[in-house]
Design a protein around this ligand. Sequence first.
Ligand code: ZN
Length: 429
Amino acid sequence: MTIHNNKNLARLGVCSVVLIAIAIATSATSSDPEQSSSPRGSYGGAYVSVDAQGYSSSSEGVSSLAVVSSVPSVEVSDEPSLVVAINSGSALAAILDGVRYEADQYARGGSAYNTPDTISGASQDALFQSERYGTYSYQIPVYEGSYTIHLHLAEIYHESAGLRSFNLSVEGNIELSQLDLYSQVGHDGAFSYIVEDVRVTDGTLDISLEGLTDAGTMAGFAVYSADGGIASSRTVANCSGYVGLTFDDGPSRDTRDLISALKRNNLMPVTFFVNGANISDPTVIQEMLTVGQVQSHAYDHADLTAMNRIKVMHQLSRNNDAIMKAGAPKPTIIRPPFGSYNATVTSVANQLGLQLIRWDIDSEDWNSVSAASIVNSVSQLQDGQNILLHENQGNTINPKTVAQMAAALKARGLCPGVIDPNTGRVVAP
Ligand code: ZN
């Protein structure tokens, strides 16, 4: 479901430089989304795609401008472009309708939660599968200007009406009042709301949530503007490349300490290659997701090359089940135990939609090397590479080692990234 706070849809059509988008926007106007009482989600997808066309991101904007220059009657200066989009409650980016929502930042307060459940009423699930909940705010540093905010919400926690009520304000004005998401879209239903033409003059765009019954919740948001912009873009500007920190063999009894150290040093996202046999407390998987991805290391760390196809299938599918049962998304990559694989392992992995990933640098922490040696290995990483680490090795998860890893990467302008399942290379999160 998408709700628009402003009937100014015609403006969208005028701003649109793609004629098809104008046609869609016009037809969308004829069935007023504010008055829509159609079943949830039946209308939202089409409507959001109009926004994605009309408010193209900056990279798409370049080609759009080329079109505009040959159509003199269209004013280019009105074209809003993407300022920032955030995937609330997640250390990972998510794509929705062609817009990339970056890993969560700019929040003051609130907590993260996520679900592996399928979302109804959205063209893509990922953005809606994580939330930041509580009474909290986003404070986004922006230049003076007018901003349009697309708010995305979902009820991924409660399973009946009356259990949640909250206010959502933008720049101090309540836009959503006493919202009970369940009664709007049900459990795991997507709810989007657009606030147009918010004037910001104080240098900070404020989006605040106030829990009335239980907590406020938001899955993400995108901010567009024709005349404004972000006043700092630290995550993009400071990274000359992305490298992968991978921690195998967990969860372990030290996982929570490692997560705390990673958070303290802002060293995330990381990738955990876990063994389902080690998951005794599913909540630790949830905590892992707040600092990165949970991926497969097969079920009990047995050597897969010593098994027939049926046993390999059992190891991999059982591990996927254990990971998803603990609340994490279905794994997309697998690091085979000991890094050893053969044609059977490759074939079974591919059958399950898993890409095999090894490592570029082995820290040899499994071989009891010193903390200094581990940090030195991390400092050898080049853009796109990942390093093999283990979360059950004291020298690796020592808070001092983690702080030194962070410093070593920062000194070279490298940031943690995620492994692209298609290429095996580490890319921006
Ligand atoms: Zn291992």
